[in-house]
Design a binder for this molecule. Structure first.
Ligand code: F0G
Length: 463
């Protein structure tokens, strides 16, 4: 076939490959056995049996030579490691909070903030739940209340800021239960469960205004805040000429603190932190971290891991990097859209979300269409994705019934700096092949259900 002349110039990854890790391929027959043995749960597969691993962007990033060099400079002192101070300096520089408490990963920070701020009977409004975040809020005796805008629950809405807080819903809750029973508003950047959708700066400012009016704190889930800042730059009026670093800092300035999973934006394999501005809260958090994570200058991390995070902060705000990162996700998503495959729109920051409800419309939600679709994609090609639907949503903590989320999705998550465009092509073609064959696919039965965060370990049988 003759090649067409391009209509626009291409971009390429702003890095080259120095170390490679071989991939293994398997046969379809082998994979059918492997996924059966894994109870049709992609979390229970052995990574050796996976070809292209798009389970998560969490801790699956490729570090740079600069970060690896930093690993050799780990100061593994029990107390006062110099890497802690480097991390503290960069956290202040890029996020702008006063006090830093390192934790082993994001949920360590969520545990601490929930335990020190939430009392039994409290309500925590948030722009859609995240699995671990809500789990910790509920364990502390709180009730999570979803106050995201309605468009977030609609995969077809192309609203550019589907992560926004619905201000009237938030105000209504405050009126109903009273500000005293709301310890903080839990705001996430690039909302994971909504499909990697950003919140706008304008909305964040409004949330702050409302919080101030009622004397309520705002805690940011900063896990993918840099990717959110990039979306603000390219989508929100008035931000095109600001640097992503400046946008990130402004976003954080409307909040009182943040929980952070460093395993995403920070381009590392492990780590996280809690950051706050209030000294009293810091004192409590610092006291609690020694019980659950480790001393307040390492929080469950090696010195070298803190160094890699500190250096990752310097790299995450580089705009050529962000363009290729978000651009790669968009490349995959656009391909699927061009082929008419239903996905969440706009295309998200860290993943493409397949609309399993539409793709497998003959399978009722109680037969787990997204779980089924993820298993089928794995069988087809060895590409590993994950369920983000009824299994992830779990059961209502009061009634014990399945929660039925509007979104029944398969997340095709892209690790940072790991895969090439050719890997995206292979992935897209596998999804297309399963899509074309969708009518013969049957659902699943859940045969084992763990009590907490069931999606990680649940097992299924074919119908
Ligand atoms: N908040 C968000 C928005 C997340 O996506 C995650 C993790 C966490 C908090 C918890 O952080 O894993 O370091 O303890 N998300 C991973 C994922 C697990 O695959 O989306 P953690």
């Amino acid at each position: 076939m003759a090649h067409m002349k391009p209509t626009r110039r291409s971009w390429a990854e702003p890095f080259k490959i120095k170390v490679v890790e071989p991939l293994t391929t398997t046969t379809r027959q082998y994979r059918a056995k492997a996924i059966k043995a894994a109870g049709y749960n992609t979390f229970l597969l052995r990574s050796e049996d996976v070809y292209i691993d798009l389970l998560t962007d969490s801790g699956t990033n490729a570090m740079s030579d600069y970060q690896w060099a930093g690993m050799m400079l780990g100061d593994e002192a029990y107390a006062g490691s110099k890497n802690f101070y480097n991390l503290e300096t960069n956290m202040r520089k890029y996020y702008g909070y006063q006090f830093l408490v390192p934790t082993h990963q994001g949920r360590g920070a969520e545990h601490i903030i929930s335990q020190i701020m939430i009392k039994p009977g409290d309500f925590i409004p948030g722009n859609m739940y995240f699995t671990t975040t809500r789990e910790h809020q509920e364990r502390a005796g709180g009730t999570f209340v979803d106050v995201i805008i309605d468009a977030a629950h609609d995969p077809e809405s192309v609203y550019p800021f589907k992560g926004n807080v619905h201000l009237q819903k938030l105000e209504e809750l405050i009126r109903k239960v009273g500000a005293k029973r709301i310890p903080y508003i839990s705001v996430a950047a690039t909302v994971n469960m909504a499909g990697g959708q950003p919140i706008s700066m304008e909305n964040m400012r409004e949330v702050r205004r409302l919080a101030n009016k009622h004397g309520i704190k705002v805690i940011l889930d900063a896990t993918r805040a840099v990717e959110n800042a990039y979306f603000i730059k390219i989508r929100e009026k008035g931000y095109a000429r600001k640097s992503v670093a400046a946008i990130l800092k402004e976003l954080c300035s409307y909040t009182d603190g943040a929980t952070m999973s460093g395993k995403k934006d920070l381009l590392v394999n492990i780590g996280g932190f809690l950051a706050v501005n209030d000294e009293k809260l810091y004192d409590e958090a610092r006291n609690m971290v020694v019980v659950f994570e480790g001393l307040h200058t390492y929080g469950g991390l090696a010195g070298r891991d803190m160094e890699a995070m500190a250096r990752g902060m310097e790299e995450m705000v580089k705009e050529d990097y962000l363009r290729s990162r978000i651009g790669q996700v968009e490349y995959l998503g656009q391909k699927l859209l061009d082929w008419g495959i239903p996905i969440v729109q706009p295309i998200g920051g860290h993943a493409v979300f397949l609309d399993a409800k539409k793709i497998l419309k003959h399978i009722p939600q109680d037969k787990f269409p997204a779980q089924t679709l993820a298993a089928e994609i794995y069988i087809d090609s060895g590409v590993r994705t994950m369920e983000r639907g009824i299994v992830s949503a779990g059961r209502d903590s009061k009634t014990g019934a399945h929660r039925h989320p509007k979104l029944e999705l398969v997340r095709v998550t892209i690790p940072r700096r790991v895969y090439t465009q050719a890997h995206m092509d292979v992935t897209a073609e596998s999804i297309l092949s399963v899509y074309e064959d969708r009518k013969r696919i049957k659902g699943l039965n859940m045969v084992y259900e763990p009590k907490h965060l069931r999606f990680f370990q649940a097992r299924f049988d074919k119908l």
